[in-house]
Design a binder for this molecule. Structure first.
Ligand SMILES: CCCCCCCC/C=C\CCCCCCCC(=O)N[C@@H](Cc1ccc(O)cc1)C(=O)O
Ligand SMILES: [Zn+2]
Ligand SMILES: [Zn+2]
Length: 482
């Protein structure tokens, strides 16, 4: 029986703990600050098309709403890559290894169509703040700076140093933001105890029959390939069409890719661990099935692939995202091209997926051009000795006492944290916010929103997390009783 798990208390903290209670005035100021952030349209359209005016305005905005962060002697602020921000918060104990909190400033585009309120209005309706970035990811960015501001005005001095890195181009690769910050820190010889970024939530209603929410801390993320397929054929007059055209050949190829699922890789890794941890939260007979995955693995793997959110957890996915061909209605087009966005399961590699894709297309007239690709990220530790994971677990348990299970997972999207592999082996992706399937669809979709209460809780979470980071005790080994 597990008697004690996680971190040994906070007995060795020297400073008294600052309670995470905020005045009515502070609570109003924090939600208004988030609304103001949403109103700045920091949209990334492509790596070359960023709204640089808005990004610059955002830099001014955070200076205005978080004055103490910018005027504290032990905090160094730097602008990196023109619009990203790096804060170095120097702790009083240089022997403690620093950590880093990440968030990003940019958002994906949001045309007004379909929204109940304009996506950059930051309007509050029925207790919710609406707008692009309220879940992805200005909520995290503002909550991190807000929590730090609130700690500082109560004279908080951290023991453990930490960094805050705010990237400005996460939605289009992170090459000029996160990647440059990472290189800068590497040049300074920094090594981090761990990194915390976006990428997972307290999941509510994602697994059939599981009534209670659980916190998924992603310890890995899928790899990706952007693949351009191209077919070249001889152009000609549309009045005498050939048997096959570039469009027809390419359409058949992409259709084969869409219709042929990559292999189901369920069986090991974070997902299996999570399901085993969740087993007893399910009613009969699912609890029996999940407690005996050695026997029911084929059944569970089939159930997982039935649902569009759990399917990406068990396999590499292929999304057809762009298609282009044709120059005039009566010209047989010389070229047709399509972009396929693959998300690679942790048990596969870029090379394996490309080979599978070539076998599925099975047509030499279809040229393969890899635009960019990277393998799935390494799995960060989630054992009792993993400081970052255990600090998250401890903070989740204190801020969300109703959440029984904290389980490791794999992020199905990509995050800026992948640019920090050179600085740490502990990368954790977790947003301390409840997420339902409907709110999941709003991320990059319509009516993205966060409740005022959820945002306040996110600030509270970071306020507690930063103080928990000051613990100098090592994580407690798992103790067993006979
Ligand atoms: C037990 C299993 C239950 C499974 C339920 C899973 C629910 C999903 C929960 C959370 C997923 C949220 C993912 C958000 C993070 C993604 C952030 C993002 O959008 N990143 C971009 C980055 C990117 C990558 C490549 C590009 O060319 C441009 C941008 C992304 O598209 O991934
Ligand atoms: Zn994001
Ligand atoms: Zn996003």
């Amino acid at each position: 029986v597990s008697r004690s798990k996680g971190l040994r208390g906070t007995e060795s903290q020297r400073e008294p703990r600052i309670p995470s209670q905020f005045s009515q005035e502070q609570r109003i100021a924090m939600k208004e600050a988030l609304k103001g952030a949403i109103q700045i349209p920091t949209v990334s359209f492509s790596p070359k098309e960023l709204n640089t005016t808005a990004l610059a305005e955002f830099g001014e905005y955070i200076r205005k709403v978080f004055p103490t962060v910018f005027h504290t002697s032990f905090i160094r602020h730097e602008v990196v890559g023109n619009y990203s921000h790096l804060f170095t918060i120097k702790g009083s104990d240089p022997s403690m290894q620093p950590y880093m909190l990440l968030a990003h400033i940019d958002v994906v585009p949001a045309p007004d169509k379909g929204w109940d309120v304009p996506p950059f209005s930051g309007l509050e309706r029925d207790g919710f703040i609406y707008g692009r970035g309220t879940l992805d990811n200005k909520n995290s960015l503002m909550a991190i700076l807000q929590a730090l501001e609130l700690l500082l005005i109560r004279n908080y001095i951290p023991r453990r140093s930490f960094f805050i890195a705010l990237g400005h181009d996460e939605e289009v690769s992170g090459i000029n933001g996160a990647q440059k910050i990472s290189a800068l820190l590497q040049a300074r010889g920094v090594q981090l105890a761990f990194v915390v970024d976006e990428g997972s939530f307290i999941l509510d209603g994602f697994l059939p029959n599981l009534k209670k929410p659980f916190a998924m801390v992603s310890v890995s993320e899928k790899g990706a390939i952007n693949l351009r397929l191209q077919v070249n054929m001889t152009p000609g007059h549309s009045s005498a069409p050939p048997k096959e055209t570039s469009i027809g050949i390419l359409a058949a190829a992409v259709s084969r890719l869409e219709q042929t699922p990559m292999p189901n890789m369920f069986g090991s890794g974070p997902l299996r661990m999570a399901l085993e941890q969740l087993a007893n939260e399910f009613p009969f007979p699912t609890n029996i099935v999940l407690n005996n995955l050695w026997l029911f693995r084929p059944l569970v793997s089939r159930l997982m692939e039935r649902n569009y959110v759990t399917n990406p957890m068990v396999r590499t996915t292929a999304a057809l995202t762009m298609f282009n061909a044709g120059i005039k209605e009566n010209v047989i087009p010389p070229v047709a091209e399509a972009i396929i966005n693959f998300r690679i399961h942790p048990a596969q590699t870029v090379q394996e997926v490309l080979k599978l894709a070539k076998d599925i297309v099975a047509d030499d007239r279809v040229q393969f051009h890899v635009l960019d690709a990277f393998d799935p990220l390494p799995i960060s530790p989630s054992d009792d000795q993993a400081l970052g994971y255990q600090l998250l677990r401890q903070t989740i348990q204190s801020v969300f006492p109703e959440v029984n299970i904290v389980a490791p997972g794999t992020c199905i999207g990509n995050t800026d944290s992948r640019h920090y592999l050179n600085l740490t082996t502990g990368i954790y992706r977790f947003n301390p916010v409840y997420l339902q399937p409907q709110s999941f669809s709003s991320i990059h979709g319509i009516n993205e929103k966060i409740s005022v209460e959820a945002y306040e809780t996110q600030v509270k979470f970071i306020f507690e997390f930063i103080q928990n980071g000051d613990t100098d005790v090592e994580p407690v080994p798992h103790l067993h009783e006979l």
